[in-house]
Design a protein around this ligand. Structure first.
Ligand SMILES: *Cc1c(COP(=O)(O)O)cnc(C)c1O
Length: 456
């Protein structure tokens, strides 16, 4: 076929700035509220949890934020990540569409998450912090922060959702290899964990509970801060290296996306690939369609409410306006652990509310089928989360085939599936089922949303 398959940038092309979409929003984000006073939080309210540099990145409207040289130095281990043209997948689908994907599985932890873990560890280290606490579901974020902590000499404590801690020992082994301490959540180390265990000693845990435990540890210890792997503005900001590189690589390929697809758990890898392109559109450039793909079993963007809610189950975090299923909602146990969160990043939610992005939901078995087709044509076995993006891209390519359109599709292949082989074994054995959440439980969780006075 003679056409190029892989687009690589030189190390010197690692972006020198992250892109802050808050500079270009047609309407500003709703403020984050203090849960006690219901007034907008100030930087000092967040100071027990985050270093000031990251707090300022939450609120700044400056368009370009410089990437510190020590962070770029570590990015060099795997960045710039490759962009591929999926010729073989296109052929298998018989589509006239061109499919491109940016591959973030080349990082040491195997996903996009080190893009922000390294930055967060750097700013905490600069502020003299020696310990970080965090939560993890399946373990991708925990292993990314453990990696970053090891490189900056920071002790990392990870509260891992108990079902994953018990069922997926390899991610825990990776975290411990990097020197982190990993505890099953709910744990006996925190007041909140003990209160959950008192009511239900065999509680399987949830991300919302693990966040409460990690926040409690940071709030109570002066030398400890908290790190979050998704959702917050500064996390999405750090992920924009993905899209900024992709813009250059699409130029190398002489192409521009008509559609960009990403999977959404908390929204960070989706924001990473799409925000720089959305920004070009908001500043007068062409506007590709932007499609978020979420699991049908945890459908915050497609079925949730755009309302103020807590980020955690223990209600220790501030209130943010976002698409939410309710902070007490426990999603069923499907395999894309990174997508099992009740809320969505406020920035992604805001763009959805402004109709600047679209959202769609698929069940896990159809996503695994897409991932297997991708592996058999392109050779890379995607993470279960990334399978949702693959499915979304394939659906767009099949639409192009039906409509006879040769559109250009770009998606974020946010991680590989090498730690998720149990899920693939279940899929091949035919024991993987499509879980539905309980409508009744969803209604109850949404009825329990905090009531917030309308701003004047
Ligand atoms: C954590 C994770 C996700 C979900 O988080 P986002 O913030 O939505 O990106 C998706 N894919 C992979 C591979 C992950 O590790």
């Amino acid at each position: 076929m003679g056409e190029q398959t892989k687009y690589l940038l030189d190390e010197s092309r690692i972006p020198k700035h992250w892109y802050n979409i808050q500079a270009d929003l047609p309407k500003p984000l709703a403020p984050v509220l203090h849960p006690g006073t219901m007034k907008p939080v100030g930087p000092d309210d967040l100071a027990p949890l985050f270093p000031m540099a990251l707090i300022m990145q939450e609120v700044t409207t400056e368009r370009e934020i410089e990437i510190p040289e020590p962070v770029r130095e570590i990015y060099r281990l795997w960045r710039p990540s490759p962009l591929y043209r999926a010729h073989r997948l296109e052929k298998a689908l018989g589509t006239p569409a061109k499919i491109f994907y940016k591959y973030e599985g080349v990082s040491p932890a195997g996903s996009h998450k080190p893009n922000t873990a390294v930055a967060q560890a750097f700013y905490n280290r600069e502020a003299g912090i020696r310990r970080l606490s965090t939560e993890t579901g399946a373990g991708q974020w925990g292993s990314s922060l453990a990696f970053a902590g090891a490189l900056f000499g920071i002790d990392v404590t990870v509260f891992q959702v108990r079902v994953s801690y018990d069922q997926k020992p390899y991610r825990r082994a990776l975290m411990e290899s990097y020197g982190a301490r990993c505890l099953p959540s709910p744990s006996t180390e925190t007041e909140y964990g003990r209160s959950v265990l008192a009511k239900r000693p065999d509680h399987p845990g949830s991300l919302g509970i693990a966040i409460s435990e990690a926040v409690e540890i940071a709030a109570k210890n002066d030398d400890t801060k908290y790190a979050l792997g998704s959702v917050l503005n500064h996390v999405l900001l750090h992920q924009t290296v993905v899209g900024l590189e992709a813009i250059e690589q699409m130029q190398m390929a002489n192409a521009y996306p008509d559609v960009i697809v990403g999977c959404t758990g908390g929204g960070s890898n989706f924001a990473g690939i799409t925000f720089p392109f959305i920004g070009l559109g908001l500043r007068g450039g062409s506007k590709p369609r932007i499609v978020a793909v979420e699991p049908a079993a945890c459908p915050s963007l497609t079925r949730g409410k755009f309302a103020y809610d807590f980020g955690d189950t223990g209600h220790m975090t501030p209130l943010a306006k976002m698409h939410t299923l309710g902070s007490t909602f426990t999603p069923p146990g499907f395999h894309a652990g990174g997508l099992r969160y009740h809320g969505m990043a406020p920035l992604v939610s805001h763009l959805k509310d402004l109709n600047l992005i679209e959202a769609t939901a698929y069940h896990q078995t159809e996503c695994f089928a897409a991932g297997i087709q991708f592996a058999r044509t392109e050779g890379i076995l995607p993470a279960p989360e990334a399978n949702h993006a693959v499915k979304g891209a394939i659906e767009e390519a099949l639409r192009c085939k039906r409509e006879g359109r040769s559109e250009t599709i770009l998606f974020n292949l946010c991680g590989h599936g090498h730690f998720d082989m149990a899920a693939y074994m279940a899929y091949s054995a035919g024991t993987l089922t499509d879980q539905s959440y309980s409508e009744q439980e969803l209604a109850m969780a949404l009825a329990g949303l905090p009531s917030v006075p309308e701003p004047a």
